[in-house]
Design a protein around this ligand. Sequence first.
Ligand SMILES: CC(C)(COP(=O)(O)OP(=O)(O)OC[C@H]1O[C@@H](n2cnc3c(N)ncnc32)[C@H](O)[C@@H]1OP(=O)(O)O)[C@@H](O)C(=O)NCCC(=O)NCCS
Length: 210
Amino acid sequence: MANVIQLPTLAAPAELCTQRLNLRTWRDADRDAFAALNADPQVMEFFASTLSRSASDASIDAWQLQFAQRGWSNWAVEIKATGQFIGFVGLSVPVRVLPFTPCVEVGWRLARSAWGQGYATEGAREALRFGFVTLGLAEIVSFTAVVNARSRAVMERIGMSRDAHEDFEHPAVPPGSPLRRHCLYRLSQRQWKEDGGQRPPNPDNDQASV
Ligand SMILES: CC(C)(COP(=O)(O)OP(=O)(O)OC[C@H]1O[C@@H](n2cnc3c(N)ncnc32)[C@H](O)[C@@H]1OP(=O)(O)O)[C@@H](O)C(=O)NCCC(=O)NCCS
């Protein structure tokens, strides 16, 4: 990827939906549940630590600002049928310089109670469609600790590919930690289309224009 990346800006914050999920902008009412999942050691097993309430709130603040400034970010995910908030799925731009940056990353973090039901995959597929169709991105990446099998399985289910030659040592993780070795998954818009990703858009989505 080139050293410069065009970051499209939408006229209004995008909100998406899938068969079972709403991917929406953040509400203050999400803060307690998001702090609870960020304080769960099982959810945060592959991160340096759990997050404090203030760090959890700071993530929401940053994403709210991104929605206000460019119209897309990590969405709050809720189950349509119940309205229950379960975590986030979305697109972000890594701030840290890594071997493959600048780039747009697809990512996810769900409450333990929401695992094992296909929600991350369902939300991530819609985030990819939004990234490629609405934002027109040429490529979307994802990366995680090599040992994070559940997250890697999501990357593989949504059609992303890893080249082990691009594995890297994450500079924020101390040498010797089993979490330091990371793998990179990529998906180009071209490959996504070839794989049949370009399904008809959900008429409820994409109401904002670039
Ligand atoms: C990464 C994470 C989101 C993955 O969650 P997950 O539940 O494994 O993934 P999905 O939501 O896609 O669900 C897939 C599972 O649901 C099952 N499933 C059940 N009903 C399903 C349905 N209707 N449709 C699809 N899959 C379904 C699948 O068979 C699969 O099960 P398996 O794990 O036994 O193979 C979750 O582990 C998490 O939040 N981890 C902590 C945060 C984290 O590590 N984030 C990534 C950092 S890079």
